[in-house]
Design a protein around this ligand. Structure first.
Ligand SMILES: Nc1nc2c(ncn2[C@@H]2O[C@H](COP(=O)(O)OP(=O)(O)OP(=O)(O)O)[C@@H](O)[C@H]2O)c(=O)[nH]1
Ligand SMILES: [Mg+2]
Length: 486
């Protein structure tokens, strides 16, 4: 019976009529009174009005019925009224009419068990793990798109303050014992990473070490990285440190800045600003600009202990210079400008809107073909993708996803399960067309987005994440508001 169409007319063996709304819902008049939504299970076994193997659809009639608040003595009276037939018409006359007008007769009708949790019994026919798997894979896709992790190389003479600088900007990522007390601490390349950023903290050039050797070593490292076919492993930005109090720009510095790295990716960071005199500062700027380095790429900083001078400026310049795909993760990783991080969360709304629009268009498209569109099986994968993408966009970590987002998704999915949909039908009105499927998905997306946004902001502020709350009543209110304002 897969050629059944949405909006078909059903007849129950007990002579009760109903409009087939979805794999779960039938509109009927169970006892004298209003049109009610009944579960299909409560309506079986039934017959469907069929011509040439395809159910005869009654969209208009069904749409009117969803909106109707009139009372009827029986389901047959409901059908007569919505199909504009006289009240006194008998059942046999009606069947004759259907035969004459549509060439249609009632044939046996059965639907396969719906693949979704049955709220009433708690049975889970759709494997919960499938939902989780689907969610996780879409989440990872979104992280790969929005939250790409940048690689930053921090390079310069030993003791110039590379590790201190990194710590001032990225905080806990760098262990305290990585900062030296006169002895060269970083041997080779230290890699500090989390899921947002990867820092290559280079072995500094020691006094007395052959500069050629150091340059060659650095060149090899950079080449190896940039030859990787995966651009995600390239060096995306270089912080080249020069100790301000040293006040000397060496040929080795200039060679590295101009020839070894891509000059477009280098920021020259003059460290230890607290110990740098104005005269030294001017001399450094002069030496660097004379070598062709733009002043806009030179930043003076000090470490956290000395007030993290210039670190915000360095962070913003880095953010500006990073390729787009890597900006968000860097902003989220930095610990120097909380206001900017909060702002960046709000600024995700454009991308969120794009995700929601894509999903709501897909839902509308699913609703455009004559299938039962309140059918969860059709809309749920679209909504899982949407919610997982939003979780990825807002950088909800795996843990947060597990603890709050997934149960949240489970509840959201419940909205398209039979009993919730019953509650929604009065408000859906002449529901269940392409527009409504789209609007419903869009409203759901906006609802989820505002929850995730709140969660992300709370995280930046170090506050406990708000509970992700969801229930049908709350969503009904949200949906009504959304419809009013959109
Ligand atoms: N006064 C002052 N001292 C600093 C500043 N930044 C770093 N230092 C000190 O400089 C020394 C070296 O700092 P590190 O951050 O370990 O330098 P590094 O470049 O990572 O050194 P290596 O790993 O050995 O190459 C430490 O004693 C720091 O405390 C700063 O802004 N001001
Ligand atoms: Mg170091």
């Amino acid at each position: 019976m897969n050629r059944l169409r949405f909006g078909a007319l059903l007849l129950m063996r007990g002579r009760r009529f109903g409009f087939y709304l979805s794999h779960r819902i039938v509109l009927t008049v169970p006892k004298p009174g209003h049109v009610r939504a009944a579960s299909l299970a409560a309506f079986q076994p039934a017959q469907v009005l069929v011509a040439d193997g395809v159910a005869v659809p009654f969209f208009e009639a069904m749409n009117t019925a969803t909106d109707c608040s009139e009372t009827f003595p029986s389901s047959f009276d409901m059908v007569k009224r919505f199909l504009s037939q006289p009240e006194e018409m008998r059942l046999n006359d009606f069947l004759d009419l259907m035969k004459r007008r549509y060439g249609a007769e009632f044939v046996d009708f059965s639907v396969p068990a719906p693949h979704i949790e049955n709220e009433a019994t708690g049975d889970k026919t759709m494997e919960e793990s499938d939902v989780i798997k689907e969610f996780n894979s879409k989440y990872e896709e979104a992280r790969a798109k929005f939250g790409k992790r940048p690689n930053i190389l921090v390079c310069g003479y030993t003791g110039s303050g590379k590790t201190s600088l990194t710590k001032a900007i990225l905080g806990d990522l760098v262990p305290d014992n990585a900062i030296g007390d006169g002895r060269p601490m970083t041997m080779g390349y230290d890699c500090y990473e989390n899921e947002l950023v990867r820092i290559w903290d280079s072995k500094g050039l020691e006094n007395g070490q052959a500069e050629e050797e150091f340059t060659a070593h650095t060149r090899d490292f950079v080449r190896q990285r940039q030859n990787d076919p995966n651009v995600d492993n390239h060096i995306h930005l270089v912080w080249y440190t020069i100790q301000g109090s040293g006040a000397r720009v060496t040929d080795c510095d200039l060679n590295l800045i101009r020839n070894i790295f891509n000059p477009e990716h280098v920021i020259v960071v003059v460290t230890k600003a607290d110990a740098t005199r104005q005269r030294q500062r001017e001399a450094l700027i002069q030496a660097l600009t004379e070598a062709g380095i733009s002043e806009s790429r030179i930043v003076f900083t000090s470490d956290a202990e000395s007030g993290a001078v210039g670190c915000k400026e360095l962070m913003h310049l880095s953010y500006k210079m990073l390729p787009d795909a890597y900006k968000d993760a860097f902003m989220e990783a930095q610990r120097i400008d909380m206001e900017a991080r909060i702002q960046a969360v709000y600024e995700k709304k454009g991308k969120a809107k794009a995700i929601i629009t894509t999903a709501s268009m897909a839902a509308a498209a699913a609703g455009a073909i004559p299938i039962p569109l309140s059918d969860a099986a059709v809309l749920i994968p679209i909504q899982i993708t949407m919610i997982a993408s939003l979780a990825g966009l807002y950088g909800l970590k795996q843990e947060a996803v597990k603890q709050s987002a997934l149960p949240f998704v489970a509840k959201l999915l419940g909205i398209f399960a039979a009993s919730s949909l019953l509650k929604l039908i009065p408000m859906l009105g002449s529901a269940v067309n392409a527009t409504v499927a789209g609007t419903l998905t869009a409203a759901m997306g906006m609802f989820v987005k505002s929850n995730f946004e709140e969660t992300a902001i709370a995280k930046v502020k170090g506050q406990p994440a708000p509970q992700l709350n969801f229930d049908v009543e709350l969503f009904k209110k949200f949906y009504a508001d959304y419809k009013k304002n959109n």
